[in-house]
Write a protein that binds this ligand. Structure first.
Ligand SMILES: *Cc1c(COP(=O)(O)O)cnc(C)c1O
Length: 377
């Protein structure tokens, strides 16, 4: 058996195991003290209110709902994202309007978004693909001009810095995911960060079935018995088990970030001047790479290429099948997103996670370069 270099994975040490065991021994597994502690630590890092939830997907759904976005409202979103972003929009009753991405950075094309504004447009969700954020200032200018909300899908961007500001510490509403393979994990989980007190209060309640002020009792490992409910809520809170993992992962974040950056820079060097392979040219001084995507020119047979890489011990991925190509999100008229459609046929994601080292990266890059010619047009 060849040792498989995994595309991505959780990186868990004894610290996480001990922390989980402690929660188990307390026999209070639901939302309680640990969640309060994790939220406080996140709030300190981002210097504003943070609400933890069950996933990045629920973070986006609850953020939209907190903005009163729902039935028949339109939300601008790049088609090149994980299906989670689209499902979160759909879950509110709103309509995801798929936008193209910019050729240079594969982030939402603001010009294309502009052309898709209608009087029903209520929000834009930029997706920080691979960890890059592009020209956020222009995006916010565009949103302000059109009086729409911005909900950042920052699932890939935990740790990324924009104009000297940590992503999450600025912006309207920012959603992170802590699922198993993200830059830090809580097993599953996510959070919502905002300066908007109304939004924060709404999501604090809506994650707990809409039970008003229940969060405060839960933080003390208690719950409220006499309460009011004013609107739809969900069981989207985080559990103490998840928070305990998250707290330990936070302590390791700088190590994780620098390892990811080191590996991505190495890939960039190895692919420099390689014909038919282009890297995304992210600025890894500021960007923490969540995934490492290359675009391949004239790629003919991606599936067989993937199979051969796997035989050689390398697991790769494709981020992402564009959502406008998925049946559930089709809107009637045929949607053509020229850049997204082309990019989809070119992309391959190579292994990147903190348990890899430079030798692994060299093996992956050299193997790809060696076998690639067979798979070109
Ligand atoms: C992971 C991810 C999400 C969803 O997060 P979950 O915690 O898995 O629900 C949303 N958007 C993008 C781009 C993601 O990669």
């Amino acid at each position: 058996m060849v040792k498989i270099i995994r595309l991505s994975k959780s990186v868990i040490g004894n610290e996480e195991k001990i922390a989980v065991l402690k929660v188990l021994e307390k026999e209070f597994l639901g939302m309680g003290e640990e969640v309060d502690k994790f939220e406080k630590k996140l709030s300190k890092i981002f210097k504003r209110s943070t609400v933890c939830v069950s996933s990045g997907t629920s973070a986006i759904q609850l953020s939209l709902e907190a903005c009163n976005i729902g039935e028949n409202d339109e939300v601008l979103v790049p088609s090149l994202t994980y299906v989670a972003t689209f499902q979160a929009i759909k879950a509110t009753g709103a309509i995801p309007i798929p936008c193209d991405v910019d050729e240079d950075n594969l982030l939402i094309d603001i010009e294309d978004a502009k052309s898709k504004i209608t009087n029903r447009t209520k929000a834009i969700i930029p997706v920080h693909y691979t960890g890059g954020v592009g020209d956020l200032n222009s995006l916010y200018e565009f949103a302000q001009k059109n009086k729409i909300r911005v909900i950042e899908d920052a699932a890939h961007a935990f740790g990324t810095i924009y104009n000297s500001n940590l992503i999450g510490s600025i912006g309207d509403i920012v959603c992170f995911s802590f699922d198993g393979i993200k830059n830090i994990t809580s097993g599953e989980g996510g959070c919502i960060i905002s300066n908007d007190k109304k939004i924060i209060e709404r999501v604090q309640n809506s994650r707990l079935l809409g039970v008003e002020n229940d969060s405060k009792s839960r933080y003390k490992n208690a719950r409220s018995w006499d309460f009011n409910v004013k609107r739809q809520g969900w069981r989207y809170h985080m559990s103490n088990v998840m928070a305990a993992i998250g707290i330990e992962q936070l302590k390791k974040r700088d190590l994780f970030f620098s390892k990811r950056k080191l590996l991505a820079v190495k890939y960039d060097q190895l692919f420099e001047n390689v014909k038919d392979i282009s890297s995304l040219q992210r600025d890894y001084e500021n960007v923490v790479p969540h995934i490492y995507v290359v675009r391949i020119n004239n790629l003919d047979d991606r599936n067989t290429l993937k199979e051969e890489l796997l035989k050689r011990g390398i697991q790769v991925g494709i981020h992402y099948k564009p959502n406008h190509k998925l049946e559930y999100f089709k809107t009637g008229e045929k949607i053509i997103l020229p850049v997204t459609d082309r990019v989809y046929s070119e992309v391959i994601s190579l292994p990147i996670h903190p348990d890899l080292d430079l030798k692994d990266i060299e093996y992956v890059a050299k193997t790809l370069i060696k076998i690639l010619p067979k798979y070109l047009k």
